[in-house]
Design a protein around this ligand. Structure first.
Ligand code: OGA
Ligand code: MN
Length: 293
């Protein structure tokens, strides 16, 4: 396997060599998993894959996650697979969504630091995002390493948060952004889930500070104190020295581990087209009890 691996920052590595149009061999799957355990983000440049090849690639790495579609049903979309998320400011008919289109709230919410589907059980493991159309300016994606976040957390804070859990709720980020259009049924359709704040990554054995914008409450603390602690921890986790910023080129496929990183999109002009496609695997067999560090 003659792949060229080049680290790109405090986390992340560029992987040149594989052709993701072709099915992965078992040895290649193992190699990618090992590289993910080490780097947490992998950039595969110049991958001219179609939606079928992207889904096949993702399926070879685990069962696919439906994200919010699991609950809401989703509605009309442009792809042959419900499992392919349309990460774009484009409507099902192919036209650019207006700034007041409900879809744009999702684009803005993606600009808050988060881990995909941390509000569900199972949560997401790998996300694989492929760039089809990129804007002329902005629209980068940033990744922060939650293992580094733990390693660099001051000892008194490590002591304070060990054993705590956080409640993750799907609509918290939407409410933060002022969205009010959700019905009672929609609000109730996504019951919150709890995850330990401090986890042991079962694959690498490293300790992870599992924070992100979906975390909205700490059981046993007042809402105000819990939210403040979560905000402080997220601020620490996303310090620049923990971050890799990816500038997209068409054909890039970027893959990240949602259990060891958080990510966010950066500003771009919503009047310009930005089209990416995401496939996501579910984390297999992680009970919150087993993860607690
Ligand atoms: C995602 C996501 C950020 C971006 O696809 O899960 O958060 O930059 N994307 O589009
Ligand atoms: Mn995301």
């Amino acid at each position: 396997m003659d792949w060229k691996i080049t680290p790109v920052g405090p986390l992340g590595a560029r992987v040149e060599g594989p052709d993701l149009r072709e099915p992965l061999t078992p040895a290649q799957v193992r190699r990618i998993e090992q590289l993910m355990d080490e780097h947490a983000v992998l950039v595969f440049p110049g991958q001219q894959i179609d939606q079928h090849q992207q889904i096949a690639f993702a399926r070879s790495l685990g069962p696919l996650d439906l994200g919010l579609r699991k609950i809401t049903g989703g509605g009309a979309h442009r792809f042959a697979y419900d499992e392919l998320a349309d990460i774009s400011n484009v409507k099902a008919d192919g036209s650019i969504a207006g700034r007041d289109d409900p879809k744009i709230v999702g684009n803005v919410a993606n600009q808050l630091w988060h881990s995909d589907s941390s509000f569900q059980r199972p949560r997401a493991k790998y996300s694989m995002l492929h760039a089809v159309v990129v804007p002329g300016f902005g629209g980068e994606t940033e990744f922060a390493d939650l293992r580094l976040a733990w390693d660099t957390l001051p000892a008194w804070l490590q002591q304070r948060v060990r054993g705590l859990r956080a409640v993750h709720y799907a609509l918290h980020s939407r409410f933060m952004l002022g969205a009010t259009h959700y019905t009672e049924a929609q609000r109730a359709a996504m019951p919150p889930v709890e995850w330990p704040l401090v986890q042991t990554d079962p694959r690498s054995g490293r300790t992870v500070l599992f924070v992100g914008v979906h975390a909205c409450e700490i059981p046993g603390m007042t809402l105000a104190e819990g939210r403040m602690l979560l905000a402080d921890l997220l601020e620490h986790a996303t310090r620049r020295e923990h971050v890799y910023q990816h500038r997209w080129a068409v054909g890039d496929l970027v893959m990240w581990d949602n259990t060891t990183t958080v990510h966010r999109g950066r500003w771009f002009d919503f009047a310009e087209r930005r089209e990416l496609r995401r496939a996501t695997t579910e984390e297999v067999q992680a009970s919150p009890e087993a993860l607690a560090a």
